[in-house]
Design a protein around this ligand. Structure first.
Ligand code: FMN
Length: 221
């Protein structure tokens, strides 16, 4: 169990790394822990509408970095120098095949004592899937929101392991979809996270963090 002080320390110590040391690599043990964090991210009705591609090889990272030109060029060096780059993807559809895969997994994992319990879960998830697909027509946004929960988990987990990270929305997501063949896999790139260790050239490491005061963002009722 982490102490309250340790949690607060993680939140205030972690920061966005702007320059990675290309010589340092994250251990397989730490990467395994981060994969567990990604997989166990909570999501609305356990919908898990995501996939995470992890680029470790120079070729894998280069296929992403090559898409970061023009106004996104400032992020390319982070992708090239990082130890690993995670491509956080959302599904393109919350389709019936995915809903079936979810209920089968929950059944295999022993979540249901009775057929009724399974049917309730299937119907409840189906209600929300239909709500977003047919009424609100925001299924894509709904799935992207779940991906951002994984982002939060990943950033805090990386900090807990003493790793540095750079989340990146400054990307051409559709160029990454093309470069990595994501559309054919029913996926779309939402954002990237570069992971590794800061280099001595990271100007951001020495800058103080800046946040609005507590009273501006938290109220008691
Ligand atoms: C969703 C998201 C997208 C971001 N995109 C970029 C980016 O493309 N490039 C970059 O250098 N930093 C990016 N950042 C870093 C933010 O600027 C940074 O998190 C923010 O200024 C707070 O600073 P801190 O992370 O050091 O606490 C992004 C952060 C988030 C959460």
């Amino acid at each position: 169990m982490l102490t309250a002080a340790a949690i607060a320390d993680l939140a205030t110590r972690r920061y966005t790394c702007k320059a990675f040391d290309p010589a340092r690599r994250i251990s397989p043990q730490d990467m395994a822990a981060l994969k567990t964090l990604l997989r166990y991210t909570p999501s609305s009705v356990n919908s898990q509408p995501w996939h995470f591609l992890i680029a470790e090889s120079a070729a894998g990272k280069e296929s992403i970095a090559a898409t970061l030109s023009g106004r996104y060029a400032y992020n390319a060096s982070k992708v090239r120098a990082a130890s690993h780059v995670v491509v956080l993807c959302a599904r393109r559809d919350m389709d019936d095949a995915h809903l079936s895969a979810l209920i089968e997994q929950e059944t295999a994992d022993g979540r249901f004592a009775t057929p009724e319990a399974r049917a309730n879960q299937y119907n409840s998830r189906g209600f929300y899937a239909d709500l977003h697909r047919e009424q609100l027509r925001d299924a894509g946004l709904w799935m992207e929101k779940q991906v951002y929960i994984a982002l939060g988990n990943l950033l805090l987990g990386a900090a807990a392991l003493g790793l540095d990270a750079c989340p990146m929305e400054g990307i051409d997501a559709s160029a990454i979809d093309t470069a990595l063949g994501l559309e054919a896999r029913g996926l779309r790139c939402v954002l990237l996270v570069a992971l590794g260790y800061r280099s001595g050239e990271d100007f951001n490491a020495a800058l103080p963090k800046s946040r609005l005061p507590e009273a501006a963002v938290i109220s008691e009722i």
